[in-house]
Write a protein that binds this ligand. Structure first.
Ligand SMILES: [Zn+2]
Length: 140
């Protein structure tokens, strides 16, 4: 298979190597391949295609990092068609932006993907549910 050269912080490489050791991967290449497959499959979910979705997205980053806060605000404005509400809180030494979303898979995945491109952002997590499935738990 082709070999690619990827630049990443030394700390991330150390964590990949530690994960490879702890979980008996053949090496960092196998970890990176699996990580790439996981990321690619993340939004490739047939259950969510062509359905209106409700979503929650959390963005966590170091307190007072103005470049990140500014970029989050820009992205919020660029994607306001999917954002129902947004809240900015402080948890320990971190800023936590919470977004409630409504939209299709493509628009929500574009929003999440754009947030993940922010340099030095801590974590970007999300949860999605098809709106037409809400209430089906009551029928069980
Ligand atoms: Zn803040």
């Amino acid at each position: 298979m082709p070999v690619v050269s990827v630049s990443m912080p030394a700390e991330l490489i150390d964590r990949i190597d530690a994960l490879a050791d702890e979980h008996d991967y053949t090496g960092r290449s196998e970890v990176v391949r699996e990580g790439a497959r996981t990321l690619l499959s993340e939004f490739d979910d047939d259950r969510l295609e062509d359905r209106q979705l409700a979503g929650i997205v959390s963005v966590l980053y170091d307190f007072g990092t103005q470049s990140i806060e500014h970029r989050v605000t820009e992205i919020r404005h660029e994607h306001e068609e999917v954002i129902v509400s947004n809240d900015h809180s402080h948890v320990d030494d971190y800023c936590l932006d919470l977004f409630v979303l409504e939209g299709d898979l493509e628009s929500i995945s574009t929003f999440v993907g754009t947030l993940r491109t922010i340099e030095d952002v801590g974590t970007v997590d999300y949860s999605l549910i098809p709106i037409d499935s809400v209430g089906s738990l009551q029928d069980v």
